[in-house]
Design a protein around this ligand. Sequence first.
Ligand SMILES: [Zn+2]
Length: 340
Amino acid sequence: MPGFRDIVGQTHIKNLLMRTAREGTASHAYLLAGEEKAGKTFIARIFAQALLCERRAESGEPCGQCPSCKKVMADAHPDVRTVVHEKEGSIRVSEIIEQLVDDAYLTPYAAERKIYIVPDAHLITRDAQNKLLKTLEEPPSYVTILLLATGTDAMLPTIKSRCVPLPLRPVPTQELYAFLRKQQGASEYKASLSARFARGNTGKAIAHASDPQFETNARAAMRLIETLRNVTVPETNKQMKAISSENATERETREEVLNIIRCLLRDLMVYKATGEKEHLILEEQEEYIRDTAATSTFRGLAETAEALRTARTRIEANVSPVYALELFFVKARDCLGGNT
Ligand SMILES: [Zn+2]
């Protein structure tokens, strides 16, 4: 069963939580902030396990074997509650009150602590945050609340100031690579490609490495990128379509391809600024990146990146992807120094 040792990167968080478990000094609230898929839930569960473990190691590592550990991992422990929400985009007052504020007054059922895990804490509405604040201000002694959020901008400063901040950091590419090779059994090439594209996000790295389509998409997108400067728009669109039709989930493939184009634009800027190839995500495309960086300007690259963001926003707003991308390709060709 997984323990702290299985968390990739995030040493600062691991050390703090292990020490806390070891010394039995849990605070009443923690705020884990990091991208989607970065591993917040995974870390929260291991911490909950460690706090409630019946045979915890001296290091603070949970045993993974006792009934308590097993129940926490299966999300079946009566004293570890995960707050769920009905609406996709918000956690409402009634949900916070029923599942957390009122529930917190009931003493633990089996353990000494009661732990609340709140995924998507950035979605808690303003009113619901005010209710939660009351619990954070005067928490029952046995309560620990783990707020998991992709961002903290929408959270009340008074909430944030009552939580121990645990910001997740991007995992170094080399560490992700080693993890994919050792723990996931990925090939050298796949591990390298997946790690670079994950941009420090463990969940994304795992998703890339375990997706049989990812390598194909990455190659196709890179081929498409090579032609961005010189082919006509209808041709580029045809290629884009060809990539999309290779599997069933057209939207996901398109997202992936656009992500790869975003990586390329980032590489072009980095290369243009530093002239160094060490930090390129698309290292196979070094020659193309060198040539393109030479024929384009910073302003042109920034405008292309902006056009890509606009295309994504339009697609999200249900504009036809073909049309939205056509506008992007025109902009890209103009800005990347194409000559047709
Ligand atoms: Zn245990």
